[in-house]
Ligand binder design. Structure first.
Ligand SMILES: NC(=O)c1ccc[n+]([C@@H]2O[C@H](COP(=O)([O-])OP(=O)(O)OC[C@H]3O[C@@H](n4cnc5c(N)ncnc54)[C@H](OP(=O)(O)O)[C@@H]3O)[C@@H](O)[C@H]2O)c1
Length: 375
């Protein structure tokens, strides 16, 4: 422990190569704390960190063609914690600030301390705990960009979300509802209660009955095809959070002429990036773009990827979280040990998460002890 109270060594998750969760993912207790800061970097004492499917896709090696790592690598994108050191040119934060952020493909959030550019962080919403805040950056900002930057959704828009009970879909429903848009979605029977009880929405399952403003029209995708159920209903935007060719195929039946199909997954749900997949995605994108360019009434197709922006995390904080218009839905929290870490990866990879999965890096007891030491 140094005079600043920041230790030299820390507990951190370590990915030791590409492969199965129980073979390449470990937890070490003697990892050097990344004390040396570049001018614009901050050091954050991580209190909680959440998993996203990209974590296990990286672990599998699905993205190895486009992202190179040296081993061991500390995984993890999303986190929430307290600033404990700042580089000389950092103006946006002071030591002691509570922040949330997405440390991007460099990773590192499954650790007691993470270092990153100040641009990767924003002040944590005051009304969220660290556990709640860590569940937000990647999934919430992705849905924000899909709906508002790409979809131009307003109160007059009709929005359909494929996968309303995915983490991204849960944020998507709330964001679109927050601006007053009409929203419909797909989800399985088992997940209906999340939309009803956790989001507090009145669920309508028969499109012919009509809906009022607080209602959410839900199609059980395991029984019905939303393209048939809502055929010709002139939606402005279909936001796809689940992937698979079938989403694009059905969406074309419900989008208005010139409507927008925005997917964050594409046809390949596993997001495997190899030469074959690049050629196949490339040719299908060209083909779908071609038809929307030559025929303006044809729906447009966009496969989008999050571009991390702290300005948007600030907008989400002030305009949405702190106004209680949106909130993270947390399925489960996990202890920061090997069992907890691997369990969190296994659950995310199963595709059965019902909201966000969060690693508790600082436990309630640790937090109390740190407060006593601070005093
Ligand atoms: N492009 C980007 O920048 C970006 C950013 C974030 C996420 N993503 C991608 O977006 C996808 C979703 O991520 P996420 O974290 O939101 O997912 P998630 O929370 O892990 O999704 C799990 C949920 O999806 C439901 N589900 C599975 N298949 C479905 C289907 N066909 N229709 C409706 N619901 C379905 C599952 O329940 P049931 O099986 O019971 O339906 C489960 O509750 C991932 O592939 C992720 O990699 C991309």
């Amino acid at each position: 422990m140094t005079q600043t109270g920041i230790p030299d060594r820390m507990k951190a998750a370590q990915q030791r190569g590409f492969g199965a969760i129980d073979q390449v993912l470990t937890v070490a207790i003697d990892v050097p704390v990344p004390r040396e800061l570049k001018s614009d970097q901050i050091l954050v004492r991580v209190h909680a960190a959440s998993i996203n499917p990209i974590d296990w896709k990286i672990l599998n090696g699905n993205l190895s063609l486009i992202q190179k790592y040296s081993w061991p690598h500390i995984p993890g994108f999303d986190c929430s914690g307290i600033v404990v050191d700042v580089g000389p040119s950092v103006k946006r934060f002071r030591i002691g600030d509570c922040v949330y952020g997405n440390v991007s493909t460099e990773g590192g959030s499954y650790a007691e301390y993470v270092r990153g550019s100040q641009k990767l962080f924003a002040l944590k919403p005051k009304n969220l705990s660290h556990i709640e805040a860590s569940a937000c950056p990647l999934a919430c900002e992705t849905s924000y960009q899909a709906l508002f930057n790409h979809g131009k959704v307003t109160k007059d828009s009709k929005v359909f979300i494929c996968g309303g009970a995915t983490a991204t879909g849960l944020f998507g429903i709330q964001l679109a509802k927050a601006v007053g848009a009409h929203v419909a979605t797909t989800c399985s029977e088992r997940n209906l209660d999340i939309l009803k009880n956790k989001l507090g929405l009145n669920i309508v399952q028969n499109p012919e009955l009509g809906e009022s403003l607080g209602d959410l029209l839900v199609i059980n995708y395991q029984e019905k095809d939303f393209g048939i159920e809502l055929n010709g209903q002139n939606y402005d935007v279909v936001y796809d959070c689940t992937g698979g060719y079938e989403q694009w195929s059905s969406a074309q039946h419900i989008l208005k002429p010139g409507g927008k199909f925005i997917t964050i997954v594409g046809d390949d749900k596993k997001s495997e990036i190899n030469l074959k997949s690049i050629l196949s995605v490339g040719s299908s994108l060209v083909n779908r773009k071609f038809w929307s360019v030559v025929n303006s009434s044809h729906p447009s197709y966009s496969l989008i990827f999050l571009r991390m922006s702290y300005e948007e995390l600030d907008i989400l904080r002030t305009n949405f979280f702190e106004k209680d218009l949106i909130k993270p839905i947390i399925d489960q929290t996990f202890d920061f040990d090997l069992h907890g870490l691997q369990g969190m990866y296994e659950k995310s990879k199963s595709g059965k998460a019902r909201g966000k999965l969060v690693l508790k890096i600082v436990t309630d007891t640790d937090e109390q002890q740190e407060t006593i030491i601070d005093k």
